[in-house]
Design a protein around this ligand. Structure first.
Ligand SMILES: [Mg+2]
Length: 423
């Protein structure tokens, strides 16, 4: 990362964790230009200024964690979260990353069985086949010839960076040039088994806990009525978003009528109404709505973000580091959006404390100006894998410890582990 985004607040990141460099090709920026394209410069900055690590092993640890309540979206209903953790070992440090794939290929093409296989048989061999000495900035380029699998690649990038940061004693947020010590937290509310009144009950509970923004999952048949009810109960001031997870079709008159109905409810944004590949549909309908359109599934990299903004397909972008292949691409997207005045925020994928820690550091960076989907650990887990994140006055505190600032607790990991694929 660098000040190539032209953000004055990010200039403070210079000197953060620097001067441990043994990478002769460290190309710290001297530019203040916006880079509204898919510049590779951004990628080189992840890990810059940190010592390279000598990787002695990579472990893949699969865990299963029961959710405190089922989480239902237009994709389906989840009661257990299967997560895949990547552990990068060196002689002096251990780095962790979380592969945020769901169990089935419903959010995107990626799913946990596939991610485990591609990590074991392709990504890890390709990464280490070019030498065991590396920096996080090399992960993307070394894996670029292997198509797709951004969630698996992101987990490797974060794990390598975490090992580097722990070796240097530097916090991830500091390395990224974070500008906040705590991040405002929103909560994503699934489609409840009990219908509208259960939704009202759940939202009331989350507001009592202090969440600053409510995002409700919608799908055809569960959209205008429940959101209208929330407005009746909680009033017009409630910061309210909806996320359709690509469930609506622009060619379906009933779907369009429902989206028009949602547009009348004073929502902060409408997230991904149409399919991931349907940028044109978003661009065609967005001008008719008052509600800003936010894209999630459609944005895979900075070039997608630039295209979507140029087309008028979105006014807000949800950045998930897993969806876009890691922190480097996340920051490149952030830079594109900032240059165009488009706000971004950090989404979530039901992460354990490992993935949540990386999200919170990202959400603390300049440009992430809307509350994130970085809820407290207890929104999802009775027992998180790591020291839990707590909600305090509607915010999560950004970890300040070395690396991602969270480490799986051995007992919790033993309880949750179901399979060891490497290591
Ligand atoms: Mg979404």
């Amino acid at each position: 990362m660098s000040a190539a985004d032209g953000a004055p607040a990010d200039d403070a990141r210079h000197g953060n964790g620097d001067n441990h460099a043994d990478d002769a090709d460290n190309s710290t920026d001297n530019s203040t230009d916006h880079r509204p394209d898919n510049s590779t410069d951004h990628r080189r900055h992840i890990g810059d200024g940190l010592p390279h690590i000598e990787v002695t092993g990579v472990d893949l640890v699969r865990v299963e964690m029961p959710l405190v309540r089922p989480f239902t979206t237009s994709f389906g209903r989840q009661t257990v979260r299967e997560a895949l953790l990547v552990r990068v070992r060196t002689a002096t440090s251990t780095g962790w990353g979380e592969c945020v794939t769901p169990a089935a290929p419903v959010y995107s093409e990626e799913f946990t069985d596939g991610a485990a296989l591609v990590l074991r048989d392709h990504l890890v061999p390709a990464l280490l086949g070019q030498g065991h000495r590396l920096s996080a900035g090399a992960v993307g380029p070394r894996l670029a010839h292997l198509r797709g699998h951004p969630m698996a690649k992101a987990a490797l990038e974060v794990a390598v960076l975490d090992a580097q940061l722990r070796a240097a004693g530097t916090a991830l947020a500091q390395h990224l040039g974070a500008v906040r010590e705590r991040v405002p937290a929103g909560v994503s509310v699934g489609i409840p088994d009990g219908g509208i009144e259960e939704l009202v009950h759940q939202v009331a509970g989350y507001l009592d806990e202090g969440y600053l923004r409510i995002k409700v999952k919608v799908q055809p048949g569960f959209d205008v009525a429940p959101l209208t009810r929330l407005r009746e109960v909680f009033g017009d001031a409630l910061p309210l978003q909806v996320d359709a997870n690509a469930a609506y079709h622009a060619g379906d008159a009933a779907h369009l009528a429902a989206l028009d109905g949602l547009d009348e409810l004073g929502l902060e944004l409408l997230e991904q109404p149409f399919g991931a590949a349907r940028l044109r549909d978003h661009a065609l309908h967005a001008p008719a709505w008052h509600t800003p359109i936010c894209l999630d599934e459609s944005i895979h990299d900075a070039a997608d973000a630039a295209d979507a903004i140029t087309m008028g397909a979105c006014q807000v972008v949800n950045i998930k580091l897993g969806r876009v292949g890691g922190l480097s691409e996340s920051l490149a997207i952030r830079d594109v959006c900032r240059a165009q005045g488009v706000p971004v925020w950090c989404g979530g994928m039901l992460e354990t404390g490992v993935g949540r820690a990386a999200n919170v550091a990202l959400a603390a960076c300049a440009g992430f100006d809307l509350p994130a989907d970085t809820s407290a650990s207890n929104r999802y887990w009775a027992q998180d894998l790591t020291e839990p994140f707590h909600l305090e006055d509607g915010h999560l505190t950004v970890p300040t410890g070395p690396g991602i600032g969270r480490t799986p607790r051995s007992e919790a990991l033993e309880d949750a582990e179901v399979e060891r694929l490497l290591g």
